[in-house]
Design a protein around this ligand. Structure first.
Ligand SMILES: [Zn+2]
Length: 244
């Protein structure tokens, strides 16, 4: 982001800080064991992997069994304490460790990249020639008009125009128990309003070059807690690339 902030706009930008030191919980995933769920009523259970084998039972949709593998188009399950076979088309395999896996996934992908494109300026120390010595976000170069999406589900706490940011959207999120604030700047168009609840991945605006910007790009910031502006140090910002 190319911007020069005056003291006036800086203080106007300081939204109260919700200091948060919480870090997301990481849970171990287990995907070594599976179960199968029956998807059709009256599914026949046989002693072997073909219709030539004896039928030993019938099961209805929704029943679950331990999974032992596959044999051709047949799935081996535990039925009545024995290894039996059902036709694979009528069952769905799922991981018992699904819950833990999903939790881990939501931690590692708790945020999504708001738009795709080359990182034209990374997070961290900056020369100071644009009025800041610390770039507290990342710049993603993208064509004007490209869709910008919410990095996580949350509430829009500001959708407006400010000299340096141009058209910008600020969102508050709760991810893995911690509060985060995201900022999307230089938008050509905003498609959300202050106070609106927005789902992760929903469109919030379009890439542009409004405010102090020299080319079409998205300036994206991620704060732990509330928004605090600083052009000289990280304060509560994190490198978005560390979680994207
Ligand atoms: Zn920037």
């Amino acid at each position: 982001m190319k911007r020069i902030l005056t003291t006036v706009t800086m203080s106007a930008l300081v939204v109260s800080g919700f200091a948060s030191t919480g870090t997301g919980k990481v849970e171990a995933a287990s995907s070594s064991s599976y179960k199968v769920k029956v998807m059709a009523d009256g599914l026949r259970v046989r002693t072997g992997p073909s219709t030539k084998y004896k039928i030993v039972g019938g099961v209805n949709a929704g029943k679950t069994f331990k999974y032992y593998g596959k044999k051709g188009k047949w799935t081996k399950i535990s039925y009545g304490g024995k290894k039996r076979y059902v036709y694979s088309s009528y069952v769905k395999r799922y991981s018992i460790g699904k819950k833990a896996t999903a939790k881990k996934a939501s931690h590692s992908t708790g945020f999504l990249r708001p738009t795709s494109g080359r990182i034209s300026q990374g997070y961290g120390k900056a020369s100071g020639r644009y009025g800041y010595t610390f770039h507290n976000g990342i710049d993603i170069a993208a064509a004007a008009g490209k869709t910008v999406r919410a990095t996580a589900s949350g509430r829009v706490i500001k959708s407006g125009y400010q000299g340096a940011y141009g058209n910008y959207v600020m969102m508050k999120h709760k991810v893995n128990g911690s509060t985060y604030t995201s900022v999307y700047a230089h938008l050509s168009k905003r498609s959300v309003y202050t106070g609106q609840s927005v789902a992760k991945g929903s469109k919030i605006g379009n890439v542009g070059s409004t405010g102090n910007s020299t080319g079409s790009h998205l300036h994206f910031e991620l704060h732990r807690g509330g928004y605090i502006y600083s052009g000289t140090s990280a304060v509560n910002t994190i490198n978005p690339l560390s979680v994207l």
